[in-house]
Design a protein around this ligand. Structure first.
Ligand code: ASP
Length: 288
């Protein structure tokens, strides 16, 4: 029985002195997701566990250490989707929760697929999820300096031993965005999608460009006929044609990985049950 997991820490520029923090953060998150899969847990649980790690690490623009909007506040978006019954849970512009991915996870079996702002936080409170002062998600200056670039949504895809796929995204959005702005990350077919019969995809990058080109939907339509990287490259060509920058990861039901980006860097880590150790890169062509 096989399992597989791939995750990313954002399509952006990673300065050489930041590379190790990205690599370490991605590997730590991968280990959290992997241990769920190895103990026969569900793909959705693995994605949640991995993204919670990334949300706790201020190296990444998700949860603690998220980008600040035009008012200097953190507003976050997140989604989780399961590829069997196409359950979707999402939150947007949520404030004052530690782990937006866990709120998205809790939404999976609700009728609604996306809650925003105070309604999303109220849902989190009703479900007993961890709340915090919105300002507590802003790290002290020394840690904040670790962040470079503006696209660093995180994403993860897992395939569990029961052949179920799940995908998740989590982001603080883009630096200095207008209050209330929502990008691609919580929108199915834009920043992510999964179908157990076809595969799964998650993107990071210029959210408006990604949404205008329905990037995840584009990959899904090609995946049944194309290799993961061919499908991703086609999507990146489309987003580049309107001036956008992005990076994406793919996992197929057979456990094939794909990752591509037109950003300078893209922190990625992946592993499956056939590999003894994980691989991690901060851009295509780097040594593991
Ligand atoms: N795609 C995200 C957004 O537009 C940003 C990112 O990837 O960092 O909200």
């Amino acid at each position: 029985m096989m399992w597989a997991i791939i995750l990313h820490g954002g399509a952006k520029e990673i300065e050489p002195e930041e590379a190790e923090a990205h690599r370490h953060g991605c590997l730590k998150a991968l280990a959290a997701g992997r241990s769920v899969l190895q103990s026969n847990g569900s793909a959705a649980d693995a994605v949640e566990a991995a993204i919670r790690e990334l949300e706790s690490d201020p190296t990444f623009n998700a949860g603690y250490g998220s980008a600040l909007n035009a008012d200097g506040e953190v507003e976050m978006c997140s989604a989780l989707m399961e590829g069997g019954e196409l359950n979707v849970g999402g939150v947007s512009i949520i404030q004052g929760v530690r782990h937006p991915i866990s709120v998205a996870r809790a939404m999976l079996h609700e009728t609604e697929i996306l809650l925003s702002g105070p309604g999303a936080r109220r849902f989190a409170a009703e479900r007993g999820l961890e709340l915090c002062d919105p300002a507590d998600l802003i790290p002290p200056k020394e840690q904040k300096a670790k962040q470079t670039g503006t696209h660093d949504t995180v994403g993860c895809i897992a395939l569990d031993m029961s052949k179920r796929l799940a995908v998740g995204t989590s982001t603080g959005g883009l630096d200095g965005s207008p209050v209330g702005r929502v990008g691609d990350s919580p929108q199915p077919g834009c920043g992510y999608y999964v179908d157990d019969k076809v595969g799964a995809v998650a993107f990071s990058g210029d959210g408006e460009h990604i949404a205008r080109k329905m990037l995840a939907a584009r990959v899904m339509h090609r995946l049944s006929a194309d290799e993961p990287e061919g499908a991703l490259q086609d999507a990146l060509d489309h987003v580049a044609a309107i001036g956008g920058e992005a990076g994406g990861i793919v996992l197929t039901p057979a456990g094939e990985f794909g990752w591509r980006h037109n950003s300078r860097d893209f922190a990625v880590a992946f592993q499956n049950s056939d590999r003894d150790s994980p691989e991690a890169f901060t851009r295509k062509g780097d040594a593991s």
